[in-house]
Design a binder for this molecule. Sequence first.
Ligand SMILES: [Zn+2]
Length: 499
Amino acid sequence: MKNMFRSTLPLALFVALYILAFPSVDLAQNRSILIRNASIVEGTGAPVFAGDLRIKNSKIAKVGKIKPSSNDEVIDATGLVLAPGFIDIHNHSESGLLREGTAANQVSQGITTVIVGPDGGSPFPIEDYFAKLDGKVAVNVGAFIGHATLREQVMKGDYVRKATDAEIAEMQKLLEQSMKEGAFGLSSGLEYDVGFSASTEELIALARISAKHKGIYMTHMRDEEEGMLDALREAIRIGREAKLPVQISHIKMGNRNVWGESANAIALIEETRNAGFDITADAYPYTAWASTITVLVPSRKHEDRDEIEKGLNNVGGADKVLITSHAANRAYEMRTMSDIAASKNISPVDLYIEIVKNGGAGVVCNSMNEDDVKAFYTQPWVMVSSDGGIGSRHPRGTGTFTRVLGKFVRENKWFGLEEAVRKMSAMPAARLGLKDRGLIKKGLKADLVLFDPATVIDRATFAEPQVFSIGMKAVFVNGVNVWDGGKITGQLPGKILRR
Ligand SMILES: [Zn+2]
């Protein structure tokens, strides 16, 4: 008796200490979540079916008809759709995630993976950025490396010119490093000042490095208005010569002069795809774009009155341009240019010159046509992206994914729920080369959304871009509940995703 006591005591002590030291280990091993009676949309485009799903150890452990076990925390999903978490391939939460890792306005619309670094601007070095977020975010995060970011590193402020061969070689080195750190490819923003002066050859030389590491080329093209088709041809040429897939960012016909020309852009992309070249696109579900005020004058003659007049007419007038940020005078914010100009008794052209002189402004410009939005959105090679993020002053930052579900699917009936979910999950996952997410399938990571298809809709508006959507009941990232009953849970299970 005495001997036995002596031999078991250390063991008991060890077990007790072990449990004290690692209380979650034992519990987490056995704990599981069972979502019952859901309408499951698996992401492939296959028809919705009734079923149950068990989450265990951050993964989808089982899908089908499942009998609850004593380890299951059971969620009754009667009347709700269970779908893969949404993957936003074009997201501007770079700094937002550092400020607000819980990413409330992202998870509130069902986003479980955020890909930052689009439009040519990205964190740098990517590895340092990832280190700051690791373990501190609710959503999974991946990144593109930005072409303008590379130009800034190498050419500093002197970027209104072509890069020299030596500079291109230096940018290739930094790009190579970024690809090794896990970037999904090269992004460009050729309508913006830093990238605008780059030659097509510079972009091909850089895209080759992305190709070498199995990355893609994702581009905010040089022109989304009168020169859209030429810009599209340039993007295709870059992809063909560098031998890598191309993703056209936020595809659109940006102003009135090109309304209806989506048919030509679609024909060109179809023809290119039919010839075997891998090109896809993404789009946000609004007829208003958001950018810097200077894109209104593509000639970049920002003091030329005729050019400014033309630029304002192209978008339908100064009443279509909402100033969303202007550091030099905050009183201008959230007012249209026509309203501000009238109150100051000056012309919109004078106001433009003043604003650009004082550092420029962020604008939201309502100049697109819903028929073009529909034409692009209904293409099987167009996926959903927000082009927004945490703190975005365009409602797309908070409302994109729920808007597609509520407005385009339920109200407009442009396509079915299955196709919408595919555009939000499996399609971007395939584009990025993510093998373990984007579908409801046994063994994949449990990134999941649970929403009410009868009520889900966006609520963010241009006046109040931060208002959360309704109808999103629960969101899981790596098996952990981050959004529950209209609130964040505060959990931070997001992972860094590397190509
Ligand atoms: Zn863009």
